[in-house]
Write a new protein. Structure first.
Lengths: 169, 387
């Protein structure tokens, strides 16, 4: 059994490595379409991470919404705007060294906070599995105001998009 | 019947018990997983092979032909002959194609089609993985195939491919919404997302308490099945590969085994969508007398036959008709259906709730077909520069 556990841990770290490589590929590749595909790979990988954390509902929603819908829209937009072949774009400009310095500073602060926090914060939450039913009850009970607010915002955005796209007769 | 019902489960159990004499426990665990994966990996291609033969036979009969009958008795070996032909064909890659993406697209296309098998309940206790979000898993996994279609169409650098890819994307986005919304009443009624639990919720009346026998279930079944046909790119929704308009759509530039992989994914999708429709609305493996797995295959193949029947009889949609059907009829009907299903569960009087639900659904159907889907004349195009 120990061998299986070890293999599982190795699998999780490999998955993280793949996500990181795909993320770097996304911001460095010259072709927009390839970048979009790398982004899809990152999103699927993150769904995998959710699965290892026993959040299956979240993982499935992640794939359905981000990979199934949002990525399709992004690729659709890329195909509508971009010339089909051999179109390459530089993804970085002269500010990259500054950006790297900023990221390093941010990472430094973040590492400090992570190291100083006494993990795990709430031990009883570590083994908890949240089912879709509990999530639904929380949305309809405790967080109903936030849920409704977001719904109203989405409806407003939808109607706004239709109003903008509408042809005036 | 009891023996026949669990014949596959018992065979696996005996095999594992035999292995247990030599191997440690954790190896048995791995072998168990390996058997399940192996069965699915073999089942997919085999299903694709005999479905192609079945389709050609059935379509042939519908068109007053005999269909393939040369290779083997009744043409049974035709799929194998086709396979050999595909293997020996030259693999052509267009000069300007994006080679890596062009190669990856057909390979990745098969993965979601195979993964979808993992949550299908084939019989009593015969489900590869009983996920508690099984239904969502199926929908999520099958939605990723759009990206593979996009990859194929973009990497080919061909105008027909691009057109096919665009059509495919528009179609899949449109039909996914009513498809997902139409299963909501089923989840509501079964109180679970697990496909196994949904089948067990239809077990009453000696296995005939199918969701399709309720007013909301009938409507949801029809919408789900039609959306499923559209998701598989099958006729009459086969605009992404309409051969009379855009050659073969997104797989115009594929030949040999890569083309065969697209073909395989399409047929496996046909099977899984039919199987899921049977699971959600026709009671899955529930049924009297016959063994459970036989019921499952009978129901699934009945739905597959209806898909072939569609192909044999219906002409292809126009693009605006296709979009109109999804957005102006299916979407509002599914939304109303969710409310009707909710009300159906609140009211306890049986005759009243059946009559009420049917009335509301019929009225809204008539309303939507009359008001939203009035006869539409596309505005006349003017080509000023040509004249």
């Amino acid at each position: 059994m120990e061998l299986l556990n070890l293999a599982g841990i190795a699998g999780v770290y490999t998955l993280m490595l793949v996500i990181l490589i795909a993320a770097v590929a996304m911001v460095t590749l010259r072709s927009l379409f390839h970048s979009a595909l790398a982004l899809a790979a990152v999103l699927i990988g993150i769904a995998g991470i959710y699965l290892t954390l026993q959040a299956d509902f979240l993982a499935m929603i992640q794939i359905l919404i981000y990979v199934g819908a949002v990525m399709t829209l992004i690729i659709f937009a890329v195909m509508l705007t971009e010339h089909l072949s051999h179109q390459t774009v530089r993804q970085n400009n002269r500010q990259s060294p500054l950006a790297i310095a900023g990221i390093c500073a941010f990472l430094f602060c973040l590492t400090g906070v992570i190291v100083r926090t006494p993990w795990p914060l709430q031990p009883q939450n570590q083994t908890a599995t949240i089912t879709a039913m509990e999530l639904g009850k929380a949305f309809m009970g405790q967080y109903v105001f936030a849920f409704e607010l977001i719904s109203v915002f989405l409806i407003a955005a939808l109607i706004g998009a239709i109003v903008i796209a509408r042809k005036d007769k | 019947m009891e023996i026949l019902d669990s014949i596959f489960l018992n065979t696996k159990k005996i095999f594992l018990d035999l292995l247990g004499c030599w191997l440690p426990d954790w190896m048995i665990l791995l072998v168990n997983i390996g058997i399940i994966i192996g069965v699915i990996a073999v089942l997919g291609p085999v299903i694709m092979m005999y479905l192609t033969l079945l389709e050609r036979k059935i379509i042939g009969r519908m068109q007053n032909r005999i269909g393939p009958n040369r290779v083997g008795i009744f043409g049974i070996l035709q799929p194998i002959a086709d396979g050999i032909k595909m293997f020996t064909k030259e693999d052509i890659i267009p000069q300007n194609a994006d080679k890596i993406v062009h190669f990856l697209a057909p390979v990745l296309m098969v993965i979601p089609a195979l993964l979808a098998f993992a949550v299908l309940p084939f019989g009593r206790g015969m489900i590869p993985v009983n996920l508690n979000v099984g239904l969502l898993f199926f929908i999520a996994v099958s939605s990723t195939s759009t990206i593979c279609v996009f990859m194929a169409s973009w990497a080919s650098r061909n105008k027909f491919s691009i057109l096919g890819g665009m059509r495919s994307a528009a179609q899949m986005i449109s039909y996914e919404i009513p498809m997902v919304l139409s299963v909501v009443p089923v989840i509501l009624s079964a109180e679970s997302l697990s496909t196994y639990a949904i089948v067990e919720a239809q077990a009453r009346w000696s296995g005939l308490h199918w969701f399709v026998f309720t007013p909301w279930g009938l409507l949801a079944f029809i919408i789900f099945f039609l959306c499923g046909v559209a998701e598989c790119n099958r006729s009459p929704f086969d605009l992404p590969e309409a051969e009379s308009e855009i050659v073969a759509g997104f797989h115009t530039e594929y030949s040999g085994m890569k083309f065969a992989l697209f073909y395989m994914a399409e047929y496996m999708n046909t099977f899984t969508v039919s199987a899921l429709a049977a699971t959600l609305f026709l009671g899955g493996w529930e049924g009297p007398v016959l063994p459970s797995w036989l019921w499952f295959f009978i129901k699934t193949h009945a739905l597959i036959f209806v898909m072939f029947w569609f192909r044999g009889t219906l002409p292809r949609f126009r693009v605006d008709q296709l979009m109109g059907l999804a957005w102006k009829l299916f979407l509002p009907l599914t939304l109303i259906n969710i409310f009707v299903a909710g009300g159906y569960h609140l009211i306890s009087d049986r005759n009243f709730r059946v009559a009420g639900a049917s009335a509301v659904l019929l009225v809204s159907f008539l309303l939507f077909t009359v008001f939203l889907n009035r006869k539409y004349m596309p505005e006349k195009r003017r080509y000023d520069l040509v004249d």
